[in-house]
Design a protein around this ligand. Structure first.
Ligand code: ATP
Ligand code: MG
Length: 247
């Protein structure tokens, strides 16, 4: 863990009259798995979407991999976008494409590759997340919940990213599948040297895979640090959330 790869400063994001994020400041360090927690509607997904440029900022700055996104040229933005992968909260596989075609989608957009290379690389990504090449032929409707998450992860890894954004990657999975998925994220992070920004409600994920945790409330980061730091926080929401969760 070294310098920040994402620096968010005094970020304000809102819709209509209300601000969801109110002067939020946060660093994500290179090579860490940062868990982001907060009540439903606290703005976790909005923060993720703001960082990847999907919602406009009302104030503040976001720097990713040394580039200030608001003043970057389109070419600079595209170069940065190519270095991250995203697993969205809402399933987000294309339902009419097979698993393999879903993984190939970002490759087609950003890489000039032959069909044969595309096929081989996408199969390699599926295998990297513990799926079989045959699973690549299935449509999203033919995949289990856990397999769907793995295909979405394989797609997030399609471009060999430096940063992976995961929004509730284990939600809807049974505890054993969830723990398998956590292990997978940890292994990939270690072998590929990824920086991981992971929104999660999963207490097990927080305690087993996250290096640090950021708690969001009132549109700001109200606690930041290890699980122990969370348990020591006197912020009411953080205290309630982590109460009785000591292992
Ligand atoms: N595109 C949008 N237009 C209007 N309001 C939005 C939009 N996106 C998010 N919001 C609002 O911003 C607030 C934060 O939403 P967000 O999705 O970030 O919550 P969250 O912390 O991810 O919650 P959950 O844990 O339920 O996923 C909510 O009040 C939501 O209604
Ligand atoms: Mg969300």
């Amino acid at each position: 863990m070294t310098a920040p790869v994402i620096s968010v400063r005094e970020l304000r994001v809102g819709f209509g009259a209300a601000d969801v994020l109110r002067g939020l400041t946060l660093d994500v360090l290179g090579g860490e798995i940062l868990g982001v927690v907060g009540g439903s509607g606290a703005g976790k997904s909005v923060l993720l979407r703001a960082i990847i440029g999907l919602v406009p900022l009302r104030a503040g700055t976001i720097e990713v991999l040394g580039t200030k996104m608001s003043s970057a040229t389109d070419a600079q933005k595209r170069a940065i976008e190519r270095r991250w992968g995203v697993l969205f909260q809402q399933g987000a596989l294309f339902s009419s494409l097979t698993a393999l075609q879903n993984v190939q989608f970002p490759m087609r957009e950003y890489m000039q590759l032959s069909e044969r290379m595309l096929g081989e690389m996408a199969v390699a990504k599926l295998e990297m997340v513990g799926l079989h090449a045959d699973d690549g032929r299935k449509l999203p409707s033919e995949l289990s919940g856990g397999m769907t998450k793995r295909v979405a992860l394989a797609r997030a890894l399609a471009l060999d990213p430096d940063i992976v954004f995961l929004d509730e990657p284990t939600s809807g999975l049974d505890p054993i599948s969830a723990s398998g998925f956590d292990q997978l994220i940890r292994t990939l992070q270690q072998t590929l040297g990824l920086t991981v920004f992971m929104v999660t409600h999963d207490q097990d994920s927080l305690s087993t895979v996250c290096d640090r945790i950021a708690a969001l409330a009132g549109g700001q980061v109200v606690a930041l640090g290890t699980l122990e730091a969370m348990q020591a926080s006197r912020h009411p929401w953080v205290e309630a959330y982590f109460k009785g969760r000591r292992r």
